[in-house]
Design a protein around this ligand. Structure first.
Ligand code: ADP
Ligand code: ADP
Length: 225
């Protein structure tokens, strides 16, 4: 079975065609690397999956659920299937590292004792436990992104979407973030990672590589590993 299915998905922003008739099936546990130049439609492809944007035409199924038919009451449950990592981290600057990560579980209604244990666990895995009480603006970019990865995975989502997650990091911090994503992939997560950095893709690739140009799927290659 496929965890993500896109049928003839087209997305327009006003008159601007951002995704052009994309059909794609993704199996659970795949690691898909999405490459393409800036403006190609990579972010939009991720956005339509977690319903940050609605498609203009076509259908998307997530675990068999048709996104066009998701009611606003079910939307939070859909969102919990996704963990998101962005180039600019999107952490809440006035909340500590612990609180940023804990928020996901609080919103999901988890008990404080469980939240404490779980958050400290993911902060240990990401190497950020010593900074639990720090505020994001006091951390380096690489550290902030590791907190963002912790936040993305703390709710145990089945799908992780990463949009240029290493785009603002130096090479060493970038590698650390890629290693973390790779670890969660090995634990069974389905990962879609968008990057314009094809050199990184060549070094890091774990599965299928998809390239997008002007909203059109240009190529799919499979790396056997
Ligand atoms: P990428 O992530 O590959 O850089 P995007 O998905 O961000 O590409 O953008 C694809 C195209 O859609 C670009 O031409 C971009 O300018 C345009 N676009 C993206 N978001 C919007 C928006 N909210 N309104 C209008 N145009 C947009
Ligand atoms: P990304 O490629 O990661 O989406 P961008 O800098 O292209 O980053 O976009 C930043 C924000 O601006 C996004 O929310 C995107 O949807 C929006 N955006 C991008 N291009 C346009 C555009 N041409 N018109 C309006 N909004 C846009």
């Amino acid at each position: 079975a496929n965890i993500i299915r896109l049928f003839n998905v087209t997305k327009r922003y006003g008159g601007k065609l951002a995704l052009n008739n994309i059909t794609l099936d993704i199996k659970p546990g795949e690691f898909i690397f999405i490459s393409g130049p800036s403006g190609a439609g990579k972010s939009t492809l991720l956005k339509v999956l977690y319903l940050a944007e609605r498609v203009s035409e076509g259908q998307i199924l997530i675990d068999g659920m048709n996104l066009a038919r998701i009611s606003s009451t079910k939307l939070p449950f859909l969102r919990r299937r996704f963990g998101m990592v962005f180039q600019d981290f999107k952490l809440i600057p006035s909340r500590t590292v612990f609180e940023n990560v804990a928020l996901v579980l609080k919103v999901a209604g988890e008990k404080p004792s469980f939240i404490k244990k779980k958050v400290m666990h993911v902060l240990r895995v990401t190497g950020m436990e010593k900074k639990a009480n720090h505020l994001p603006p006091t951390l380096s970019g690489g550290e902030q992104q590791r907190v963002a990865v912790a936040r993305a995975v703390v709710g145990e989502p089945s799908i992780i979407l990463a949009d240029e997650p290493t785009g603002s990091l130096d090479r060493k911090s970038a590698q650390r973030v890629l290693d973390l994503l790779s670890g969660y992939h090995q634990n069974g997560a389905t990962i879609l990672m968008a990057s314009h950095n094809t050199e990184q893709m060549d070094r890091f690739s774990k599965g299928r590589n998809i390239s997008i140009e002007d909203g059109t799927l240009k190529g799919i290659s499979t790396i056997l590993c």
